[in-house]
Design a binder for this molecule. Sequence first.
Ligand code: ATP
Ligand code: MG
Length: 327
Amino acid sequence: KLRVLSGMQPSGQLTLGNYIGALKNYVKLQITHDCYFMVVDLHAITVPQEPAALKEQSESVAALYLAAGIDPKAATVFLQSTVSAHAELGWLMTTLTYMGELERMTQFKDKSAGKESVGAGLFTYPSLMAADILLYNADLVPVGDDQKQHLELTRDLAQRFNGKFGETFKIPQGYIPEVGARVMSLDDASKKMSKSNPNAGSYIALLDAPDVVRKKISRAVTDSGREVKFDPANKPEVSNLISIYTQVADKTIAEVETLYEGQGYGPFKKDLAEAVVTVLEPLQQRYREIRESGELHRILAEGKERAAEQAERMLKEVKTKMGFVVL
Ligand code: ATP
Ligand code: MG
């Protein structure tokens, strides 16, 4: 079985972008692949987090994985910080990463723009991400389009390590959906939807109540026309809503266009909201059951055991190859 690894940051509430871009694929891949899905709490602290919120969000992300359909028996679900090999290999990878490489990363540019003080961890984030993936010898990494650049760096670092210290790491590949790899913000179609956006109207959280979803979609920015037409260059807002629609309702772009021909945006937005609610309601029900069951910590502890076993083995090999005295 090919190995899959991916993670999401507990830096806020998971959004429809996270779901469409990555989580949906996690659920699909667990059937055919050997999957590791983690909550990347060490990544989340690259921007300031309140301790109480970090804890709540970490549990919430893990519970949402399960609520979305990840079976902890089929896949290994764990918290990144509970497997210390991540931080360790992260450091080793940082020493192999060039400043120039990190300076080119658009995520760093976006997240540091306009900030007075920026933590060094935000800058070295991609080195830790490389460690996350390489620790498990992952073949495939399901992510959204925004992580392509980091994944490319991971591949470069794996090759660099192999070249310097001998064949060690597999070169991982991205697994990026054709449609929905970059869900845009509801208030600004030039920016991707992000859970850390301070404007909650810019995203749909997976835990948003049905009425909140309806309100957010009805308020989503559109152009002043009335044609429901997929045309990302000229109609980026409507095109974004159409691609969300195709992902939550299993319809093609052409089907959506035909369905709303000559009707304007009103009926389209209304149906889109109902399609989103239809996906989210059962997920939210399962989420509540999981949170109330008290099973979460046990599942994460089991995941930690399984993940640590694999990760420690890899870390040991890496340290030996680099010339550390391994006792
Ligand atoms: P943050 O704003 O804190 O970075 P985020 O919404 O970008 O949060 P991440 O935890 O960074 O979420 O990413 C989790 C996964 O979701 C990654 O695979 C990422 O590529 C994917 N993803 C994030 N945003 C989108 C989006 N707008 N469309 C599609 N996929 C996305
Ligand atoms: Mg992100």
